[in-house]
Design a protein around this ligand. Structure first.
Ligand code: NAD
Length: 500
């Protein structure tokens, strides 16, 4: 499919898309054993997009057994690292070839702006597979510094069967962040996409089979998280669960592991991330541009959304005026329109939740300076206006709870110490941004912020070479990207030899 970034062509291509709607188990698309399906809704229209196989514990068992068989046979785990690299590079090439189709799938399914899907989500997915493919045959094992009578090798081996449970906000990209290192290290895997967004994961599995990935190595079971997520996480033949999603469900997964076989649990969870603007922040136009990008990008449905802007009182009035100016660019609209920067919320219940937070902000006395309501109600979609609250107090719900929508809370401070205390006054610790022109201060404050990623004078999650994951209740060991993600899908083994 060839597609220019032009509205009419995009809509025509979207109308022609074919959806894969059945589970992918042991190398084949299959119906759920029960024959049941569920409705996947287009969040931009509120209309039915596709009927997806609604898997249950019987399908989970089939998928886990297929993954287990493939692992025990060694069809993937025992291939040389160089062979795994070649195949994953081929998979990345095929994903790139199908970039526009994959971008459209996420745009329709998740309501993500098509321009983002085409220029960020899918290209990053391709790059992620390439990065983890390349590392497969470049990491060395170790020999321990023992005495002359022994040789002790310390080797890394795949965990076995890994379950990857994905969120709906970056469907294909989160699949890549998990699958890149899981597959590169030789594991077999069962993917559970979010109920709302299964289409790109199912297509990815088909493309992986086309690339030559052996049957059973990659399985995808769509359906209700509470039903199949629980069945997967309680399954005794699963060795590890890698999860991205809410802190609440993450906590539940630790119970499932404890109740079953103590499988490894890697959690990447929510955030209530601070953006700290110190009094020597420099160009406020640029700060404002970065700050609104940090909170409105991906509709604010982003665990690293900088939903708390902490600004020095001296800069406050100027910066708020500039935030309003910079927000003008953030057009709410049809996600298939390349000019759209803010698409709909993922589903009606989430729209209600976000509007509920906006009402709470108004009631608790914050000053609404932008937006504050539903957008495009005639579309049938779940749109909300880009919203900014000023004069927010640290105890207000909008300053404490993860909203997961395009809602910014502005708070003020007077000293660096206050800024650090405010920034860290949260149960979460995923990301933080920091603005200052003083390099020593930047590093001092970056060290004081309790977050997995701190970006200085910009909003960034780093790149494929940097780990991503959270402190405190934003995570539990889980790190995506980089060599650290690679390690967490392996077991360490010591092989101790007595020399004669
Ligand atoms: P969610 O926790 O409701 O769902 C995540 C996944 O878990 C989905 O696939 C869902 O079907 C599944 N699930 C639901 N209940 C389950 C259960 N009982 N057992 C097993 N699996 C279950 O979260 P969401 O609504 O999909 O995503 C939004 C949340 O994800 C936000 O809190 C956000 O901050 C977080 N998130 C974190 C990161 C990160 O990298 N740390 C990235 C994206 C999103």
């Amino acid at each position: 499919m060839s597609l220019k970034l032009e509205s009419k062509a995009i809509k025509a291509a979207a109308a022609k898309l074919k959806f894969r709607t059945r589970a992918f188990i042991d190398g084949q698309f299959v119906n759920a054993a029960s024959g049941q399906t569920y409705d996947s809704i287009n969040p931009a229209t509120g209309k039915l997009l596709a009927k997806i196989a609604s898997c249950d514990s019987a399908d989970v068992d089939r998928a886990v057994q297929a993954a287990r068989r493939s692992f025990e046979k060694g069809v993937w785990a025992k291939r040389s690292p160089a062979e795994r690299k070649r195949l994953l590079l081929h998979l990345a090439d095929l994903l790139e070839k199908n970039l526009e189709e994959l971008a459209l799938l996420d745009c329709l399914d998740a309501g993500k702006p098509i321009a983002d899907c085409l220029t960020m989500d899918v290209p990053d997915t391709v790059h992620c597979f390439r990065w983890h493919a390349e590392i497969a045959d470049k990491e060395y094992d170790k020999v321990a510094p023992t005495g002359p009578g022994n040789v002790a090798m310390i080797v890394r081996e795949p965990l076995g069967v890994v379950v990857a449970i994905l969120p709906w906000n970056f469907p294909i990209q989160m699949a890549a962040w998990k699958l890149g290192p899981i597959l590169s290290t030789g594991n077999s895997v069962v993917v559970k996409p979010a109920r709302q967004t299964s289409l790109s994961a199912l297509r990815l599995a088909e493309i992986a089979a086309e690339a030559g990935l052996p049957e059973g190595v990659l399985n995808v079971v769509p359906g209700n998280g509470a039903v199949i997520g629980a069945a997967l996480c309680r399954h005794r033949d699963v060795d590890a669960v890698a999860f991205t999603g809410s802190t609440e469900v993450g906590r539940q997964l630790l119970h499932y592991s404890a109740e079953s076989n103590l499988k490894r649990v890697l959690l990447e969870l929510g955030g209530k991330n601070p953006q700290v603007v110190l009094e020597d922040a420099g160009d406020l136009d640029e700060v404002a541009r970065q700050a609104v990008n940090c909170v409105f990008w991906n509709m604010g449905e982003n665990c690293s959304s900088g939903s708390r802007l902490l600004v020095h009182r001296k800069l406050h009035d100027k910066l708020v005026a500039k935030l309003l100016e910079a927000s003008q660019e953030w057009r709410v609209g049809d996600p298939l329109d390349p000019a759209t920067k803010i698409g709909p919320m993922i589903e009606e219940s989430h729209l209600k939740k976000v509007l509920g937070y906006i009402e709470a902000g108004k009631k608790e006395g914050a000053k609404l300076v932008l937006g504050g309501g539903r957008a495009l109600p005639d579309s049938g979609g779940f749109f909300v206006q880009a919203t900014i609250f000023d004069q927010v107090k640290p105890a207000m719900r909008i300053a404490r709870e993860e909203i997961f929508g395009p809602v910014l809370s502005v708070l003020s401070f007077d000293t660096e110490e206050q800024a650090i205390a405010l920034a860290n006054d949260t149960a979460y610790g995923l990301t933080a941004s920091l603005y200052t022109q003083d390099i020593s201060r930047a590093h001092r404050v970056a060290r004081a912020l309790r977050a997995g990623t701190v970006s200085i004078n910009c909003f960034s999650e780093g790149d494929a070479s940097t780990p991503f994951g959270g402190f405190k209740q934003s995570g539990f060991f889980g790190r995506d990207k980089s060599v650290f993600a690679h390690y967490q899908y392996t077991e360490l083994k010591t092989i101790w030899t007595q020399l004669g």
